[in-house]
Design a protein around this ligand. Structure first.
Ligand SMILES: *Cc1c(COP(=O)(O)O)cnc(C)c1O
Length: 390
């Protein structure tokens, strides 16, 4: 592990105790902790239902299934995201339609999304990248006026607010993931939030093999006397009580977690402000932002070779950095399957080649932030020297 890692889960004594209590309770799955975790997430998102599942990708898959999106349907989405958002569209046999992004927020460009709507479009799957919620209201409006569905991939924006509305409540359904680099983690886990009773019920059933009474016991032999009836194709996307015990405490600490992250983000902002050649994240309303990652980018005189060298240089100094995110449409699998070429989505491609995610976690202190900033400065100066020597 790096001296200053890219991310680090924030697990306090309360989480550890909660998991021990869950273990001692004798109920390891489909119990009261799951119900409580679901309620906490639904409440925080201002939604009527929360459905806990095994990961964020499973949550996306179930929402697309519940909306009956499948072969022949198109889903408009962003090329600049973690690959799971687009993969979920492939899981249901639908076609992802990638459209370009806005270079400021790095989110889907609403005008580009509008231009991509066809008679086959069923949904817009929007991602609030790195916690930035910009344009989600416009995308919701666009979806409404075209009678298609907005799915909110809020995996990177839990607890964020856009124009007074919590992330997750703006689309027909919102999706979250609790992998260990997220604001709230359960190790692995995911959540669907929605006001749509039918959608929630379908997701509950499909997470447990499509069972008619999905919330009763989950073993092969029904111990509650209910017949094991499966009226649709489901999956095992259940989540353990151990994970939910962890999630409950993390959700209770969410305000504290988000505020720690805001403090670190603003430290970075202050210390990087005067740095030439660097583009900082945009922040609409600071107190509404839920920060997932702190991602800066080199300006457009830099190539991806130079960016990669900066990343390698920082890694050599034991600082955890990453290239968040490579464009999904240019991933080998997508290129082979759909034949995308470079230049298809010029803004996303250009931005993606110059981004650098810096270390970012709740317990980072000012000294660590300073060391990251100093090292980044040195690495950029090094690129300038190398260029001069060419
Ligand atoms: C983390 C994440 C997911 C879900 O990831 P899982 O690893 O399946 O929990 C989905 N979309 C985005 C944008 C993410 O960042």
């Amino acid at each position: 592990m790096s001296v200053i890692p890219l991310y680090q889960p924030d697990i306090s004594g309360a989480e550890i105790q909660a998991v021990i209590d869950a273990l001692r309770s004798g109920r390891l799955t489909a119990g009261p902790r799951r119900d409580r975790f679901e309620d906490l997430c639904a409440e925080r998102c201002g939604c009527g239902h929360g459905v806990a599942v095994s990961c964020g990708t499973a949550a996306l898959h179930l929402v697309l299934r519940a909306l009956d999106i499948g072969p022949g349907d198109e889903v408009i989405t962003t090329p600049l995201s973690f690959i799971a958002s687009a993969n979920s569209i492939l899981y249901v046999g639908a076609t992802p339609v990638f459209v370009d992004i806005d270079p400021r927020s790095l989110n889907l460009d609403p005008a580009a999304a509008e231009a991509a709507i066809t008679s086959k479009t069923k949904a817009i799957l929007a991602v609030e990248l790195f916690g930035d919620t910009t344009h989600i209201d416009q995308l919701a409006q666009l979806a409404r006026s075209n009678e298609i569905t907005l799915i909110e991939d809020g995996c990177e924006a839990l607890g964020g607010v856009h124009c007074g509305r919590p992330v997750g409540s703006i689309g027909r359904a919102g999706v979250f993931g609790f992998y260990s680099n997220k604001q709230v983690t359960t190790g692995e886990g995911g959540m669907i939030v929605t006001d749509d009773d039918r959608l929630a019920a379908l997701c509950r059933s499909m997470r447990n093999h499509g069972r008619v009474q999905p919330d009763t016991d989950t073993t092969l032999l029904s111990t509650d006397g209910a017949p094991l009836i499966h009226d649709q194709l489901g999956y095992n996307y259940r989540v353990s009580e151990l994970a939910c015990a962890l999630g409950i405490v993390q959700m209770e600490r969410l305000d504290q977690i988000l505020s720690a992250r805001r403090t670190i983000a603003s430290l970075y902002m202050q210390k990087l402000r005067d740095m030439p050649d660097l583009i900082l994240p945009t922040v609409e309303v600071p107190q509404d932002r839920s920060w997932f990652a702190f991602v800066v980018r080199l300006d457009d005189q830099y190539t991806h070779v130079e960016r990669d060298r900066v990343i390698a240089g920082m890694s050599r100094h034991d600082i955890g950095v990453a290239a968040y995110f490579p464009c999904i449409h240019l991933q080998p699998y997508y290129r082979q399957r759909f034949g995308y070429d470079k230049g298809t989505l010029p803004i996303a491609e250009s931005v993606s080649q110059r981004c650098i995610a810096l270390p970012f976690y709740n317990r980072m202190d000012e000294t660590q932030v300073e060391l990251v900033v100093h090292t980044l400065r040195v690495m950029i100066q090094r690129e300038q020297l190398l260029r001069r020597d060419e």
